[in-house]
Design a protein around this ligand. Structure first.
Ligand SMILES: N[C@@H](CCC(=O)N[C@@H](CS)C(=O)NCC(=O)O)C(=O)O
Length: 244
C-alpha cells in the first residue's frame, strides 16, 4: 500500500480540495500543515508552492504539485471511484468547470486583497505560528482615497466591496444554473469539478472575503451541494475504513 502525505495549509481551498479527493477515494494519508514560511520551500523545493502530495511506493517517491493536477494524478493511479465521467463530453465539461472555478474565484480573492491593500499573499501557516506584520505605508489623504475608491468602482460611488460581492454573487448564480437539478455538476457522480467548486465555496463560506459567507448561505442549492460533497467524503475514522 502506498504511503501518501499531503503537505499544505487547510486554510486554503487548494489543500481542502486535495484532502476531500483523498477522502472520496478512501485513501489513508497523513496531513502536514506548514508552521513557518520555510516549510513551503522545504516541502516543495522546486516552486515553494503548497499543497504538494508525496506518494511513496516500493521505495519510489513521487511528488505532485498543484491541487487540480494532484486530483488528476490520483485518479490515474487510484481510478476507483473515478473523478471524471466515462462520457468524454461530460468529462470535458467537468474539466472545464474545474479550471473555471480555480481561476475565477482566485481572481476575486486576489482582487479583494488588492482592494484592502494586501496585494502580496501572506503564506498561510498554522495559526499558533509567529507571523510578521506587513509594513504599513503612509495612508493617502482623504480626497485621494475617495478618488482611488471611485476609480476602483469603475467610476461609480458603489463601495468596492459591494461591487465585488455583487460580482461574486453573479458567479454563484452561474454555478446554480450549471448545477440545475443534478446532485453534482453535469453528472449524478461526484467529479473533479465538484471538488474544485466545493473548495472555493468552502473558502468563501469561511469568511475569506467579507460578506461572501452570506452569498453562499442564501443559495440553498449550493448549500445542499456542499452538504452532499461532505457526505460523499467522510473522514476516515479508522484505517480499516480505507480502501485496501
Ligand atoms: N495552483 C496552485 C495554487 C497553490 C497556491 O497558490 N499556494 C500558495 C498558498 S495559498 C503558495 O504555496 N504560495 C507560495 C508562494 O507563492 O511562494 C494549486 O492549485 O495548488
Amino acid at each position: 500500500m502506498a504511503k501518501i502525505t499531503l503537505y499544505g495549509s487547510l486554510r486554503t481551498p487548494f489543500t481542502e480540495k486535495v484532502r476531500r479527493g483523498l477522502l472520496y477515494k478512501r485513501l489513508p494519508f497523513e496531513l502536514c500543515e506548514p508552521t513557518s514560511v520555510e516549510d513551503y520551500q522545504r516541502w516543495n523545493p522546486k516552486s515553494g508552492m503548497l499543497p504538494i502530495l508525496y506518494i511513496e511506493d516500493d521505495g519510489h517517491e513521487e511528488r505532485i504539485e498543484d491541487s487540480t493536477e494532484i486530483l488528476y494524478a490520483l485518479d490515474e493511479r487510484f481510478p476507483d471511484p473515478p473523478l471524471l465521467s466515462t462520457d468524454p463530453t461530460v468529462a470535458g465539461q467537468q474539466r472545464q468547470l474545474a479550471r473555471w472555478s480555480d481561476e475565477s474565484f482566485l481572481w476575486y480573492y486576489l482582487k479583494y486583497r488588492r482592494m484592502v491593500g494586501e496585494g502580496d499573499m501572506v503564506l498561510p501557516v498554522a495559526s499558533d505560528a509567529p507571523r510578521t506584520a506587513p509594513e504599513e505605508d503612509e495612508p493617502p489623504s482623504g480626497a485621494l482615497r475617495r478618488f482611488a475608491a471611485w476609480l476602483r468602482a469603475g467610476g461609480t460611488w458603489e463601495r468596492p466591496i459591494t461591487g465585488l460581492q455583487r460580482e461574486i454573487g453573479m458567479r454563484l448564480d452561474d454555478l446554480v444554473n450549471f448545477l440545475g437539478a443534478r446532485p453534482y455538476f453535469y453528472s449524478e457522480q461526484l467529479s473533479v469539478a465538484d471538488l474544485c467548486v466545493y473548495s472555493m465555496l468552502f473558502t468563501l463560506r469561511n469568511g475569506s472575503i467579507p460578506g461572501a459567507d452570506r452569498l453562499v448561505a442564501v443559495r440553498p442549492s449550493l448549500v445542499a451541494f456542499m452538504l452532499r460533497v461532505e457526505e460523499a467524503t467522510p473522514e476516515l475514522a479508522d484505517p480499516a475504513d480505507a480502501a485496501s
